[in-house]
Design a protein around this ligand. Structure first.
Ligand code: ZN
Length: 93
């Protein structure tokens, strides 16, 4: 009554047939899931207004060269943002 004995009764052909069906179902599920996920992503491309949580990081504009830099990488001085120390020293353009 061991598992090995039960496996022995099911011959190889039957086993591969079952495996093929399982793989086919899995493949169909994957394809369905992929397309469904893509459609969902397309729909979420246009988030409702006011939803700022989509962007992972706030972008700021350099007061000197107007370059967009992530807030964590910018240099802050006197309430202004700069892309680098040099522009910080130079000040707003
Ligand atoms: Zn700059």
């Amino acid at each position: 009554m061991s598992l090995r004995a039960a496996e022995g009764k099911v011959n190889g052909k039957q086993q591969t047939a079952v495996l093929k069906v399982i793989l086919l179902v899995l493949a169909l599920l994957l394809v369905y899931w992929f397309f469904w996920g893509q459609r969902k992503r397309d729909a979420s491309d246009k988030p409702p207004e006011g939803n700022t949580s989509v962007s992972p990081e706030q972008m700021v504009v350099c007061a000197h060269c107007q370059l967009h830099v992530p807030e964590s990488e910018c240099v802050k001085a006197a309430g202004r943002h700069y892309c680098c120390e040099e522009h910080c020293k130079l000040g707003p353009s």
